[in-house]
Write a protein of this length. Sequence first.
Length: 71
Amino acid sequence: MPTPEPTNPKKLPGTEWTAVEPEERRKHWQVLRFEKKAGEVVLEAVLDHHQLRLPWRELRNRDEWRPGWTH
């Protein structure tokens, strides 16, 4: 699934992201859901299914996240 530029958080579930600086080898992530009330997305690491919550707008920060799964 192509990863959109995050402007509409409702379209983020199912999109794929790459952490620019992986922690504990967790580089590739997928958005599981958008939690409207909190304004956050829940991401799941492909490596070990670890979950991470963060404000959805943080995905716009190209110093931290890149759309898609890149090397």
